[in-house]
Design a protein around this ligand. Structure first.
Ligand SMILES: *Cc1c(COP(=O)(O)O)cnc(C)c1O
Length: 391
């Protein structure tokens, strides 16, 4: 299997050498039937747990009715999905897409058009502020404003109109805003960069600056949203309501690519027929799956679980001691163990012990299990971590 994939598939990932054949809840099973605790959750796309029976049922039922209409017609799932998601976000409108990167691209287009149509920025001059060490996806425009060399190098020329400022620095934000600045695009927690959590108050102050200066606050909650950090949205830890939410990943509970931009009528109202679209965006199968995925999140109290279990788990994690550990940080059910040394060998050791997690940025072990995980399973994970660090 490994050789087959390496021969026929492009090598744009460096996966752990485990071949998953089946999964259920927080557990995955390889082709030989060996069981592993999934502590990555497909980068938080399976917050509801693998193959959740209710989401599976919704998928089956919808797949038997109609899967794709394109937006050339209407379908009976899209309006319900839009209303339910907008209400959940305290917003007015939804623009559905498929992948996270597409939703980020959509937010960028919305912010630029808003700059010209509503803010009065001169045509072609709109600027968007982003943070250093950001991760917003892999399209050419998005990698163009990445500060990660591997993401960028060899893929230029890039889209102009972006400027990077240090993450967590409100002074830099205030200083970087010009009359042409239309938006500040930010992850409330920089998960891919190594679970970097800004100091308390940062997001609230950034939101205030954006509001005062007429700049849209775009929160990329593709990974932090929908319960992961112990709040429905990480912005809510700071009482912040952004102008735009960008969502994806757990929006479908891992069954189907569903992403969305959720915002006000002022912002999403800039799109008129023909200005933006996607063949699969808003398809009835994706919408039915996402609607059920959101109901599961609420019915199973997954946000509350992430908060309560996450607090306890982080306290336990902090009892790990090893000379290679630099820092342990986390929020809800996402934690990062920063090491002095490469994290990959630890992840491989953990795999051998039955626990799957993936290094991020070389020296951080990220731990982000499905939010349906039980306390005993987390205890089991802690024992495996102790074992891995004991060697
Ligand atoms: C995963 C992710 C994206 C990109 O989503 P894709 O579905 O992989 O395109 C964007 N932003 C953040 C914060 C992410 O975690």
């Amino acid at each position: 299997m490994l050789a087959l994939e390496d021969e026929w598939g492009a090598h744009n990932y460096h996966p752990l050498p485990v071949v998953v054949a089946r999964a259920e809840g927080p557990w995955v099973f390889d082709i030989d039937g060996a069981r592993y605790l999934d502590c990555l959750s497909a980068y938080s796309a399976v917050n509801q747990g693998h193959c959740h029976p209710r989401i599976l049922q919704a998928l089956r039922e919808q797949a038997e009715r109609v899967t794709l209409t394109s937006r050339a017609y209407r379908n009976d799932q899209l309006p319900l999905f839009c209303r339910e998601l907008a209400e959940l976000c305290g917003m007015q409108m939804v623009l559905p897409m498929n992948t996270g990167a597409e939703a980020v691209e959509t937010a960028i287009k919305a912010a630029r058009k808003w700059a010209y149509d509503c803010k009065g920025v001169e045509s072609g001059r709109a600027e968007i502020l982003v943070c250093e060490n950001n991760f917003h996806g892999r399209t050419t425009t998005i990698v163009g404003f990445s500060s990660d060399a591997d993401s960028r190098q060899g893929f230029g020329p890039f889209t102009p109109g972006f400027r990077a400022i240090p993450f967590g620095d409100v002074g830099a934000l205030a200083a970087a805003i010009t009359p042409n600045t239309c938006a500040f695009l930010v992850e409330p927690v920089q998960c891919e960069a190594g679970v970097l959590i800004p100091r308390a108050g940062y997001l609230a102050e950034a939101a205030r600056i954006c509001r005062e200066r007429g700049v849209l606050l775009i929160a990329d909650e593709i990974q932090t949203g929908l319960g992961r950090t112990g709040a429905l949205f990480a912005c809510q830890h700071e009482g912040v309501q952004p102008d735009v939410y960008v969502l994806g990943k757990a929006l479908s509970g891992g069954f189907y690519p569903v992403s969305a931009v959720v915002s006000s009528r002022d912002v999403l109202g800039v799109f008129s027929p023909g200005t933006h679209g996607s063949t699969f965006g808003g398809n009835p199968l994706g919408c039915a799956v996402a609607r059920e995925a959101l109901r599961v999140l609420a019915d199973e109290n997954l946000v509350e679980r992430a908060a309560v279990l996450g607090r306890w788990f982080l306290d336990q994690l902090r009892t790990l001691s090893h000379p290679d550990i630099v820092e342990i940080r986390g929020m809800g059910l996402i934690a990062g163990i920063e090491l002095r040394v490469p994290a990959r060998p630890f992840c491989e050791r953990l795999q051998m012990l039955g626990m799957l997690c993936k290094e991020t940025h070389d020296r951080v072990i990220r731990i982000a299990p499905p939010l349906v995980i039980e306390r005993e399973e987390l205890t089991w994970a802690l024992d495996r971590l102790r074992e891995a660090f004991a060697r």
